[in-house]
Design a protein around this ligand. Structure first.
Ligand SMILES: *Cc1c(COP(=O)(O)O)cnc(C)c1O
Length: 339
């Protein structure tokens, strides 16, 4: 039986057209800033979001960790939601790489408000960390793909300005938010001092994330990337996949969202499933009844030819993506009706 892959939108493989674009890339040594395809990707993404410059990196973890490292000094703190990828899923990188602390807030499905941020900024006295950076995530992975309200981000930006703090966006899935709300990349770009954008999630490239910011910020980020071991050579083969993805794979994300909603409907009909987070984009997170663990349930699903990810003890995540089409959805429906 052919497996239906729903663990993550990172399992996609490049299409023939993307591979052709990769093979045709003009490349050079990117550590010497001589890879024209990497430069073209960085400029294209920067322009799209209205930034001065971009830096192509191996992963979203790397772009986030570089950004944090540039923004904070040791002993400073990063204000973020407790569900944030930068806190939960980056190997303790804020502490290990930047010797910084976190001020974890509990938002609504991972989304903070300006009031929450302002109320939690540390007073300026010797007892406290300096609150230096606010890091937001859009969409929120652990919040079930939740989308931020752009007006709330504008208010958070005002708070950051007033208190002399930087604002970073973990936009691993920013395009999922944008296609859903109809907002433009530039409306976002002007609000954040730095932004991470993943190419290897919904956009379907094999590798790569972009960090965006001012010329000066990216200048510093390039040095940190080298220090982290992330300087690379003929990366243009991978950058070509990114250019292809930005040109072809953004608008189709809406299809992933529609299919995720269908998956949620199918799952809700099952007695093992007690609750499903609202499905705003391409992520479906549901809870299982108390006596059923996510490990056991995902093993049951495997016998039906469905791969889903345990996401906490009693929660399971399913993510739609480029390699999950209507045919796969109908097959999923069939297999689930047999559970
Ligand atoms: C996937 C993801 C990242 C980056 O992950 P990598 O696997 O390091 O590319 C960052 N933030 C969020 C919200 C993510 O979902």
């Amino acid at each position: 039986m052919k497996m239906i892959e729903l663990r993550s939108d990172t399992f996609t493989k490049p299409t023939k057209e993307m591979l052709e674009a990769m093979f045709a890339a003009e490349v050079g040594d990117d550590v010497f800033e001589e890879d024209e395809t990497v430069k073209a990707l960085e400029q294209k993404a920067a322009l799209l979001f209205g930034y001065e410059a971009g830096l192509f990196c191996t992963s979203g973890t790397m772009t986030n960790q570089i950004a944090i490292n540039v923004h904070v000094k040791q002993g400073d703190e990063v204000i973020c939601d407790k569900l944030s990828h930068v806190y939960m899923y980056e190997g303790g990188g804020i502490a290990a790489n930047s010797h910084a602390s976190v001020n974890l807030l509990t938002g609504d499905r991972g989304r903070l408000t300006a009031t929450m941020v302002e109320e939690n900024i540390q007073p300026d006295n010797v007892h406290h960390c300096v609150s230096r950076l606010v890091s937001l995530e859009n969409t929120v992975n652990k919040g079930g793909g939740a989308i931020y309200d752009l007006n709330e981000i504008r208010k958070i930006k005002e708070v950051c300005k007033k208190h002399n703090m930087a604002l970073h966006l973990d936009g691993a899935r920013i395009f999922n938010a944008l296609v859903e709300t109809g907002e433009t990349p530039r409306e976002y770009g002007c609000l954040f001092d730095s932004m991470s954008v993943c190419l290897s999630k919904g956009l379907g490239t094999p590798v790569g994330s972009l960090l965006l910011g001012t010329e000066d910020f990216i200048y510093q980020a390039r040095r940190v990337r080298k220090r982290f071991g992330g300087g690379w050579r003929q990366a243009g083969y991978l950058a070509a996949a990114g250019i292809y993805a930005l040109d072809h794979n953004i608008l189709r994300l809406k299809e992933d969202h529609a299919r995720a909603k269908e998956i949620a409907k199918i799952m809700l009909a099952h007695p093992e499933v007690t609750e499903i987070l609202p499905v705003d984009t391409n992520i479906v997170i549901f809870s299982l009844k108390e006596n059923l663990t996510s490990d056991d349930y995902t093993k049951q699903l495997l016998t039906k030819g469905i791969k889903a990810a345990p996401f906490g003890k009693h929660q399971v995540r399913m993510v739609t993506h480029l390699d999950f089409n209507d045919h796969h959805l109908e097959e999923f429906r069939k297999r689930m009706s047999g559970v």
